[in-house]
Design a protein around this ligand. Structure first.
Ligand code: GLU
Length: 477
């Protein structure tokens, strides 16, 4: 069997998009699982929209996710260069081959002429396509056009009645009629830069790509590419078109649905392990319905035949949940370090570690820390919840708060352990334990009956604030 060789071939015209990251991941996982190669190629032929900054973002984001390529830009390999703009000569040679075999020809039609022909066809109710003016141009005809100063493009000849069919590894048999393929299409522009459909075929062939795994939006390009493979006498690779990613409203995922770039998720405090796990489940499902996978586990389990045909829905709640799972498994020092960018003011190391310990089980993403900070800072404080007010109005609460406050005021070691001990002792003194002891204290100190451990929270808020709140709670009793 031929060696599995796959590629991710982004156009560096923007940051790495979630959809692109998913394509890269599927290619990477498939290659790893099959002992194959994963290649990173930059399709930078769109001179206006390509940028070095986008290329950097794409590479950096892939590496952040743990997706490493073993051949391609930066690291090189047997088929270098891996940037299309550095391969122009290669496309020129392939285009010449097509001209020699009669599969392609020079076309001198100007944009205005093409537009006029298009409008005419539309007016006649026809689907616009190239009208074939330059199809049969003789050497003399060409020279005449060139004498007018026209610069030609190279067009691929789509024979009448052409049809293209292939077995997609995800979608099964796919057939395109001639009408769907359209007319003769441009493969080389007049500036010597190839079009996407042509460059991709030349590169995939020369780089010995065995499987083209890419987004469904390229499905309609595939028939053109198949005609090119056939005309060049090259063996076709296998294709797998992965379904679109939809937002929760079932329309195509876009900025309207939230962040779309990997970099944005990184900045929001998501973990790469969680994002990888989430992306893997966008369109692929394991046999046993498991949800948590490390990259290494995915490398072993992933298979193209469990990639599903129907679109995947981007469920941000699921991503947050997964992130929470990974966040909880991190060592405290790592959580503490990751929280720092979301904090303002002075957070000495010890206090930061206590914050991490206190909140670890309550955060899904690091940015969630912001919701908890008001608990530890002086500010408006009101108890409004029905359940909370009910708890405070129990008859034993007045005495409990008073005694707790008295003891707290003289507590020297304001550590969670000492505070916990103090709560217990106060409970004994008042003859209460369990919820009857903890709940009123929690409500008085935090205005809520839910939240992180109260001894830790109290230590974080400090004695002054804790006493102010205990006092403030009295008016609700
Ligand atoms: N440069 C194309 C893109 O970014 C690659 C498509 C393909 O994988 O063939 O969409």
């Amino acid at each position: 069997m031929t060696k599995v060789r796959v590629r991710f071939a982004p156009s560096p015209t923007g940051p790495l998009h979630i959809g692109g990251a998913r394509s890269a991941l599927f290619n990477y996982l498939f290659a790893r699982g099959e002992g194959g190669d994963f290649i990173l190629r930059m399709e930078d032929t769109d001179r206006e929209r390509s940028s070095a900054a986008s290329e950097e973002d794409i590479k950096r984001s892939l590496l952040w996710l743990g997706i490493e390529w073993n051949e391609g830009v930066d690291i090189g390999g047997p088929h270098a260069p891996y940037k299309q703009m550095e391969r122009l000569q290669t496309y020129e040679e392939a285009a010449q081959k097509l001209i020699e075999t009669g599969h392609a020809y020079y076309c001198y039609c100007s944009p205005q002429e093409l537009e006029a022909a298009r409008e005419q066809m539309q007016a006649q109710g026809q689907t616009p396509r190239y009208n074939g003016v330059c199809r049969g141009l003789s050497g003399e005809g060409r020279r005449a056009k060139e004498a007018e100063g026209r610069k030609p493009v190279i067009r691929f000849r789509v024979s009448d009645g052409a049809e293209a069919a292939f077995d997609d590894l995800v979608r099964g048999k796919v057939v395109f009629s001639g009408a769907e393929i359209g007319g003769d299409f441009v493969i080389m522009k007049s500036d010597g830069i190839p079009t996407y459909n042509f460059a991709v075929v030349v590169d995939d062939h020369l780089m010995q790509i065995s499987h083209v795994v890419r987004a469904e939006e390229h499905l309609s390009n595939t028939p053109k590419q198949l005609l090119l493979y056939d005309a060049l006498g090259w063996e076709r690779p296998l294709f797998a078109h992965v379904s679109l990613i939809l937002g929760e409203d079932k329309s195509k995922m876009s900025k309207r649905h939230g962040s779309v770039s990997v970099t944005a998720y990184q900045a929001e405090g998501y973990l790469p392990q969680a994002l990888v796990n989430f992306l893997a489940l966008l369109g692929w499902s394991p046999e046993d319905g498991r949800e948590i996978f490390s990259l290494q586990e995915l490398e072993r389990q992933f298979s193209l035949d469990r990639v599903c045909k129907s679109p995947a829905v981007f469920d941000i709640k699921k991503l947050r949940w997964l992130n929470g799972q990974y966040l909880r498994a991190l060592p405290q020092a790592e959580i503490a370090a990751a929280l720092r960018p979301f904090l303002t003011g002075d957070w000495p190391e010890e206090r930061l570690l206590l914050l991490a310990e206190t909140l670890a089980n309550h955060l899904e993403v690091f940015a969630d820390v912001k919701k908890f900070l008001p608990l530890m800072e002086a500010g408006p404080y009101e108890i409004t919840g029905e359940e909370e007010l009910f708890i405070l109005r129990q008859t034993h609460v007045k005495e409990l708060l008073r005694r707790f406050g008295e003891r707290l005021a003289v507590l020297e070691d304001f550590s969670p352990a000492a505070i916990k001990e103090l709560i217990k002792e106060t409970g004994k003194q008042c003859g209460v334990k369990g919820a009857a002891l903890f709940m009123p204290l929690r409500v008085a100190l935090t205005a809520s009956c839910h939240g992180p451990d109260i001894d830790k929270l109290t230590a974080l808020m400090g004695k002054g604030l804790a006493l102010t709140r205990l006092e403030g709670a009295e008016k609700y009793l």
